[in-house]
Each structure stands twice: as C-alpha cells, then as structure tokens.
Design a protein around this ligand. Sequence first.
Ligand SMILES: [Zn+2]
Length: 95
Amino acid sequence: MNRHVMSTVTVHRGNLLEHDPNYGQPVICYVCDMPHKALGFARIEDQSSNTFDTFAVPLCEACSVSAITDNAVVRKFWNVEAIRAYLKKQDVMEH
Ligand SMILES: [Zn+2]
C-alpha cells in the first residue's frame, strides 16, 4: 500500500474560564479577524512536527460555534506556516 502521509493538524476548541489570565482580553479572531473579548479559542496541534507543537488561537463567538471553523483554522494555520517557511528561506538567502 502506498501511504502518502500528509501533515496532520488537529484542532480542539474550548472556552476560557473566568480565572484564565486571558479571559476578556481584547483579541482578534484567528478565522475572521473580528476584534472581540477573549472567550473561545482553538488549540492547534501540529503532529507533523517532532515536538508536537501546539498553538492556542482566539476565536470570536460566532466562529466558536461554527461547524466550518476547524477547517478554516487549519487552512489559515498552513498559510501562516507557508509564509513563515518562505520568509525563513529569504532570510537564509540574504546572509
Ligand atoms: Zn471569528
């Protein structure tokens, strides 16, 4: 069997609790760029990295409950990673 291993990213969603230091902080939604007070978040687990990196990103109320948010988060995550990789390459070439 030819196993084509795609990079695996999983998204977990949650809500901040009132005692959380970030609760109610002004943040911008990761998915739709809406400024809001921090409440919902998504935790992105990058299983393709050796270190199983996780990132927590803020979600507005609408995105917290939307069914398509997981896909949107993953898509945005990969865009950001692609840009980061590109910039890193540029950086190397300049030195
Ligand atoms: Zn949003």
